[in-house]
Every structure is written in structure tokens, then in C-alpha cells.
Design a protein around this ligand. Sequence first.
Ligand code: DGL
Length: 258
Amino acid sequence: MTNNAPIGVYDSGLGGLTVWREIRRALPGESLLYLGDGKNCPYGSRPREEVQALADAAVGYLVGQGCKMIVVACNTATAAAIDFLRAKYAAVPIVGMEPAVKPACLHTRSGVVGVLATERSLDGELFRRTAERYGHGIEVLTVPGRGFVELVESDREATPEAEACVRAAVEPMLARGADQIVLGCTHYPFLLPVLERVVAGRDVTIVDSSPAVARRVANLLDERSLRAAADHRPVYTFHTFADEAYRQRLETKALADA
Ligand code: DGL
């Protein structure tokens, strides 16, 4: 493996592109290989063992492609499988997602923090530990973003239907006084314009952990001396377990947005 090998970025589908674009911004000299499973999306309400098996297949694929580092840009797969993946693929550094509960708890003024994530992420050990560690004296409200992933996967993230769906999840948090809303799924930042309309006029901060994940990737590259050479020309490739049409959607969405 060389320093010019790509960083692998993996998600169940399109959502990890919100992390991909932050990594690209933070590390413009690095090649990136994006894998959006697509075939098995959504992961969010599958049993943990199933998500672990899907994540295993995906990370095995990225290792086979020669990735020098892997970012599991999926909160659900991180919650279900990160320890397993790090043990099995010990030769490759693996970065996972952590919902930004810590900064939200540090910055809340009302003492109420809302977390939106998939069902599987919210009932996972990882989330429970994070909420326990940082949520002392703070009310952490969790709401599964029902239908959110499907809206993004079908390009309906800017529709009135999306707004109604997001409003239904967020209104109860606002009614309880939440002033921080944590996006605990990498698909959700695509719903930001709708979310911002729903919280308009209130003093609410929406917290996304993808910039922090990109910083973690940069630090880890330095720690392991894995930065690409200064004269390396970065290459962006897109892979899927679905079909060519889906692969093209990944590419178009990533590059349109970047
Ligand atoms: N984007 C994913 C996450 O961060 C998974 C969404 C899904 O497939 O349900 O949780």
C-alpha cells in the first residue's frame, strides 16, 4: 500500500457523501474511493447482526481495493460494527461516526438536546455510552428520523413531503425546549434546507459531526505518516453494490455538491 492509495469512504447509500465532501474539502490532496452500498439501503431498521455482516462485506471490499484508511461514514454501521471491523481489519486504520452529542451538551443553554438518528443507531451501545458520558444533567431526547433516508435516496429531500416528515420529528423536540439538534445519520445533512425552515425563528443550533470526522481523518493521516505525496493528483471514484445507474447517481450528487 502506498501513501497515494485512496481513503475509502463507505455508507449504506448516498448519505456518506455528506462526509465525503467534508473530507475532500479538508484534504484536497487525497484520492477518495466512495462506496455506497445501495443494494441493501436502508440499514436503519435491520437487526444489528445483519448490519455488521453488511459492513464487514463493504470494508472487506475497500481493503481489497487497496484503501490506506477507511471511514465508515454511516452512524448505523458504526454503532453496529466498529469494534468488530477494527479487530478484523487491524492493518487498516478505520474511522467511525459518532453523533455530536458532546458539543451539543456543552453548548445547550436550555438543557435540552434533541438527537435524530436511525432506530438501530439509537438503540446501540455506542449511543447509550455517549449520551451517558456527556448528558449529565441534560435531557437528551432521541427521535428516529422515520422516512428521512428514503426521502434522500429517492431525491425527494426538497419536497413538501420531506418538510412534513421533518416537522413531525422535530416539533416535539422544540416543544420540549431543545435548542440543539444533533444529526446522527449521515443522510440527514441533505435535509438541512428543510430542517432550517422548520426551526426558523427559533434559537436552535443544528449540529453535524462530519467536519469533526474530516479533522479526525486528517490527524490520523499525520499520526500514521499516511499523507499523499505533495505532487499526487487526487482521483475520485465511486463504487456500489447496486447497479451502474446508482453508481452514476453517487458520482453526480458528489460532484454537483462539492
Ligand atoms: N447513513 C446512515 C447512517 O448514518 C444509514 C442510513 C440507513 O441506511 O438507514 O446512519
